[in-house]
Design a protein around this ligand. Structure first.
Ligand code: ZN
Ligand code: ZN
Length: 357
């Protein structure tokens, strides 16, 4: 886990964003939990705004899997080994479980706080610096969620929430990929790639067995079992997509980058502050327990704590608990800019959305 520490008073201002911030002289009322996602069972289940896309993705896996288990697996069980049926069922179940674990889990949404009037009036700086492995990481105050973003946090324009260790918004699973579901997302794409290879190989094997029964006539075998050929082609096409994705994310895990950081790596002029070697980078993703959800109650408590000396330090950050929310920024010469362009977009939008009270 990174050691991150808020630094002392930040005197520098971002010329591109501060004027927009200081134009808001009135606090606005926002629901502390608002966003475009849906929560059930007290937040145990969180569904992203693209839940219809999730249904499509589930169908794209479930429908061919059902055909495979109904037509191909039993043939292999009878003519070869029933282990094919068991292995196929387990692999399909694991893949769908990882899809559910990714898409139905809170990815790390950070609940909104009441507006910080001091920031909106320009009495507090719009940025905050953190020390991460001897690097200084600068983050911005989120004008939509009303808190200073922790390092690696970005505001998702689709979910309309800040997401802890934001990776990307995945339309296929219908929600963001962040600190709390990245591991499950990886297991989902890896298992999908393995499933595609498995189905393709076993379908071809089934056709070869059928052809052997027909004196080597593959045409007749395909004619008798057309579903096997269709499934093999379908999975080959899907494999092209998920294999590329698996390769990209394998590289990102080994180098400790999020997808978002990777495509904006020009910000890291002095190196990746999070990289700790391949083993530690992989361990950070696969060997750490899923952190607890950020709750609105936690936000309120941190705001209370922020008003008391001493200010929140590493403990909040280590727990991924919306560090620095409601507190004042402190100063140092920032070397890594961890903010994002969306902040400017949001500020521009806020100027015209008439949300003042
Ligand atoms: Zn935000
Ligand atoms: Zn999102």
């Amino acid at each position: 886990m990174s050691q991150e520490e808020p630094q002392s008073q930040q005197s520098s201002t971002n010329g591109a964003t501060r004027p927009s911030v200081t134009q808001h002289h009135h606090p606005r009322q926002r629901s502390i939990d608002s966003g475009t996602h849906f929560t059930f069972c007290g937040g145990f289940i969180t569904v992203g705004p693209d839940w219809k896309a999730l249904l499509v993705s589930t169908t794209l896996i479930l429908a061919p899997s059902a055909v495979y288990l109904a037509l191909v697996a039993p043939y292999l069980g009878e003519h070869s080994s029933w282990a094919f049926v068991v292995a196929s069922a387990l692999l399909i179940f694991f893949t769908l479980s990882m899809l559910a674990a990714t898409s139905l889990r809170d990815p790390g949404f950070i609940p909104r706080s009441p507006p910080d009037i001091d920031v909106e009036r320009g009495l507090k700086p719009p940025t905050r610096d953190y020390i991460v492995h001897d690097y200084t990481v600068t983050t911005k105050y989120c004008p939509t969620c009303n808190h200073y973003r922790p390092p690696r946090c970005s505001h998702c324009a689709v979910c309309d929430n800040c997401v802890d260790k934001f990776d990307h918004h995945c339309p296929w699973v219908g929600t963001c990929i962040g600190k709390r579901n990245y591991k499950h997302f990886l297991l989902f794409i890896f298992s999908t790639a393995i499933l595609c290879c498995w189905v393709t190989a076993t379908c071809v094997y089934q056709l070869s067995l059928a052809a052997d029964d027909r004196d080597g006539d593959w045409g007749q075998a395909v004619g008798d079992y057309p579903a096997s050929l269709v499934l093999a082609i379908y999975c080959l096409v899907a494999l092209c997509f998920v294999a590329g994705l698996s390769g990209l994310h394998s590289y990102l895990v080994c180098s400790n980058q999020t997808t978002y950081e990777h495509f904006r790596r020009s910000r890291w002029s002095s190196g990746n502050p999070y990289a700790q070697g391949v083993l530690k980078n992989c361990g950070e993703v696969f060997c750490q327990a899923v952190p607890p959800r950020h709750t609105a109650l936690g936000v309120r408590q941190r705001e209370k704590d922020a008003n008391k000396p001493p200010p929140p330090l590493e403990e909040d950050i280590e727990q991924g608990g919306g560090n620095g929310i409601g507190g004042s920024g402190r100063n140092s010469g920032g070397s890594v800019n961890d903010d994002d362009e969306r902040a400017e977009v949001e500020m521009t939008e806020r100027n015209g959305d008439g949300g003042h009270i």
